[in-house]
Design a binder for this molecule. Sequence first.
Ligand code: FKS
Ligand code: ZN
Length: 351
Amino acid sequence: MKIFRNALHRRHDARLEMYRGRLVPCHETPARLDHVLAELARRPVGALRDPVPDDAGLDEALAAIHAPRYLDFLAGAWDEWVALDPANAGTDILPAVWPVRGFRADVLPESFAARIGLFSFDAGSPVMAGTWVAAREGAACARSAALAVSGGERAAFALTRPPGHHAGPDFFGGYCFLNNAALAAQTLRDHGAARVAVLDVDYHHGNGTQTIFYGRDDVLTVSLHGDPRTEYPFFLGHADERGEGAGLGANLNLPLPRGTSATTWFAALEAGLAAVAAHRAEALVVALGVDTFEGDPISGFHLRADDYLRLGERLARAGLPVVLTMEGGYAVAEVGVNVVNVLEGFMAAAG
Ligand code: FKS
Ligand code: ZN
């Protein structure tokens, strides 16, 4: 398996997120990815490589899934923030005001505080000096993985953070800024796959990916996740969201209650893979979060380390070329074993 690693991931190392009225240390840390690298050094399932250099093709691919004014804002947010007050350089940026229903999103405010609210949906996703560079390099990893698979590789992994699946056409949130899984799907489409499926196995609903492709029938989006009635991101991810317009029928949500066992989870995975087969997808993108792990501090499913081997095997048996993108997982010390188990299971069954 080709593994494209984001060597710039440490540039995004945000300090504090808003939680229950307090600023608490961020769950989404560089150590998460370091544990995957350490496990890969023990169990080499594929060589590590850098993505193809940042080029015009990356901009084009990003522009196909994100709005220009959102990309412009993110690229310049840190410089704007520091220009407001040089003392800001010591503090990460967090939004504190959002346009809810009835407010206007069509008029771009001049105020920085207003614009960062317009382009986000929570106060848990700090933007810092290296956020754009890290996220962009991650997008390059996702694109490179998709290009490798388009070129005949059976599987490729974008080993990156910050994650991507909550980032929508013009918003960040849930630690996500650029949607790596969506970018991979779009790249597969642009390079020969007529129909692509995104299967999101992170504990949290892939709201960004769903929203990006909601009106399209060429990219099926499937997500298995904690029921949004109780679980983040709360406001999307219900079973009755089936897509709209041309995309009607090309979105499948499989919400499961907090406390769901591995047995029930794997049954839902079968339903998700059946939808992928029915879509006649020619390539699959897996948004791989391992926060479904029983020891995860912020999630509520009960998968064990061995279950990730089974997951990898099952994904391989779907028979499609696969791009995997790294999403969540916060039992930091176990993230490496669980992620590499998926890759190893895949390679063992892919033969
Ligand atoms: C606990 C509240 C946590 C935010 C949860 C974000 C989940 C992010 C993720 C991703 F894959 F994107 F990283 N609220 N203080 O795991 O879905
Ligand atoms: Zn998650």
